[in-house]
Design a protein around this ligand. Structure first.
Ligand SMILES: [Zn+2]
Length: 135
């Protein structure tokens, strides 16, 4: 199910999200470790692309991958029901199979984040990119 939000073979744009997830993996792992240690509050949220965020939050023992939306007249994005919350054990399983996924899907292994594409060399280009500026 996580691939619904991170990857679709019908849209190359979603390869960017996979690439972004791989770049954020160490940071997500660090926040999961902080969550499990319960020594300090955790409120981690990072944009993967297209309004999909990865988040780790104190008292919720999961890594949440969820699409957000911007309610009309507001400036704060809110979570939708579209997403998946992986238990910590499920997230670790995902982490353990990433190498296999990249082997089976070479288009994912070679993907780079949207904002690193050559066509993102101006603010105007980035401003109209639905992957970078989802709202
Ligand atoms: Zn972009």
């Amino acid at each position: 199910m996580i691939f619904t939000y991170l990857y679709s073979n019908q849209s190359y744009l979603h390869n960017y999200r996979w690439a972004q997830l791989l770049l954020q993996l160490d940071e997500i792992e660090r926040n999961v470790s902080m969550l499990l240690s319960e020594e300090e509050d955790v409120k981690y949220q990072n944009h993967l692309g297209g309004g999909v965020y990865a988040s780790v939050t104190s008292h919720f023992y999961c890594v949440d991958f969820r699409r957000f939306f911007l309610p009309r007249g507001t400036t704060t994005a809110k979570p939708t029901r579209r997403g998946v919350a992986l238990r910590i054990s499920e997230f670790k399983q995902l982490h353990n199979v990433i190498a296999s996924i990249n082997t089976d899907f070479p288009e994912l292994a070679s993907a780079i984040p949207c904002y690193l594409q050559q066509d993102h060399n101006s603010q105007e280009t980035v401003a109209v990119c639905r992957e970078c500026c989802q709202f």
